[in-house]
Design a protein around this ligand. Structure first.
Ligand code: AN7
Length: 379
């Protein structure tokens, strides 16, 4: 192609890079947009890294007292990652991985994905003017996530197998061909995702007692633990949280202690049997004094309903696995009722609405008259 290389990314914002430890750096961060600009000093970037951003990160930490009652803890906050540009936490790390890949001259990005990584890779590839190729477990990915990847212009390939097989194939392809793998085995992804831990500490004035999150491939739990430890080393938090990883009962290799050949759960984002970040995920749970807990699909759907109806936060079913696990760990006496907890809701509910109609709500068809409405409402 003789086409000129497309303009890669917007200009870096004016002014010096933020310095952690400098007096006004928190205020300074608030004025900067996106993970790279806000956390430059804590990320593996160079002066040549493009200032890629879709204004990811800086997501709400929502006080959730009614959900706290349901879960059984004194204080609960929801870190709602569904407000990221593509609707999941993946954007925090993807922006860093794509910026570094573009800096290195890569023209094609590759990932295997249960859906959210694909949507995020596709968006940041479009933003950066490069191609994304996404490998999806055939017939097993939520339709809205495929729609996102295609809308952003990715090449999507359905692989005849589950996520674990797709990731093996992606790794093998990236070893032999000029494509950059942007799965969470890419350390730039982990470094970017650690920024969520920084935001939680900044918002609460330190780490919570417990952090609960869903675990699939093990990247995010690795990132949070790295982030909290880094923040403690910088003197930004004195405490560290116990980290509680929720896994769907039919896809719970980290609870069982061995891979699961045919993972099964309604929580399609975390239908993963052989987590790539196995060792670092185990380390995060063990070193932090936390644990992994398996939750049945029915418990995941209960939590999904409670988060939405008690707090007005609509996350995808997979995202509810952390809340379900926290509730089960409280009931089992493993997490104290006096705890201050943060649950990470990793993806937006509109990405995977297939199970929403099963939550007990219904919309009957009624004639458009006051009389018929009153009768239907029992008024
Ligand atoms: C909503 O997109 O693995 O333990 O390919 O989409 O870091 O894998 C998604 C994972 C939790 C688990 N919540 O995080 C993918 C993919 C949601 C997710 C997880 C995923 P990791």
């Amino acid at each position: 192609m003789s086409e000129a290389r497309p303009a890669v990314v917007p200009e870096r914002p004016a002014g010096p890079a933020p310095t952690v430890g400098a007096a006004a750096d928190i205020a300074d961060r608030a004025e900067r947009r996106g993970v790279i600009a806000r956390y430059a000093a804590l990320l593996p970037i160079t002066p040549a890294t493009p200032a890629l951003t879709l204004d990811e990160g800086d997501t709400p930490l929502i006080h959730a007292p009614r959900l706290a009652d349901w879960v059984g803890v004194a204080e609960l906050w929801v870190k709602f990652e569904g407000t990221n540009p593509t609707g999941s936490f993946k954007d925090r790390g993807m922006v860093v991985a794509v910026a570094r890949a573009v800096e290195a001259g890569t023209r094609t990005l590759l990932c295997a994905s249960t859906g959210n990584t694909a949507a995020s890779a596709a968006a940041y590839a479009a933003r950066a003017g490069v191609q994304a190729v996404v490998l999806l477990p055939g017939g097993r990915v939520a339709g809205a996530k495929i729609a996102q990847a295609l809308a952003y212009g990715a090449r999507a390939i359905a692989v005849d197998g589950g996520f674990d097989a797709a990731l093996d194939a992606a790794r093998a392809l990236a070893a032999d061909y000029p494509v950059a793998l942007v799965n969470s085995v890419n350390p730039h992804r982990i470094a970017g995702q650690a920024t969520a831990a920084y935001e939680i500490c900044d918002a609460l004035g330190g780490a919570p007692d417990v952090l609960a999150l869903p675990v699939g491939n093990g990247g995010n739990i690795t990132a949070y633990w790295a982030g909290f430890r880094r923040y403690r080393a910088l003197g930004r938090t004195t405490a560290l949280p116990s980290i509680l990883g929720g896994q769907a009962a039919g896809a719970a290799p980290l609870v069982l202690g061995h891979p699961v050949a045919q993972p099964e759960t309604i929580a399609s984002a975390i239908r993963i049997g052989r987590p790539a970040s196995w060792d670092s995920a185990v380390e995060a749970a063990r070193e932090s004094g936390g644990e992994f807990r398996a939750v049945a699909d029915a418990a995941i759907l209960d939590a999904y309903r409670a988060i939405a109806t008690r707090e007005g936060i609509f996350c995808e079913p997979s995202s509810a696995a952390g809340v379900a696990a926290l509730r089960a760990s409280v009931a089992a006496g493993r997490v104290g009722r006096a705890s201050r907890a943060v649950c990470v809701c990793t993806g937006h509910g509109l990405k995977d609405p297939q199970f929403a109609p099963q939550l007990g709500a219904d919309a009957p068809l009624v004639a458009p008259s006051a009389q018929a409405l009153a009768a239907a409402l029992g008024l």
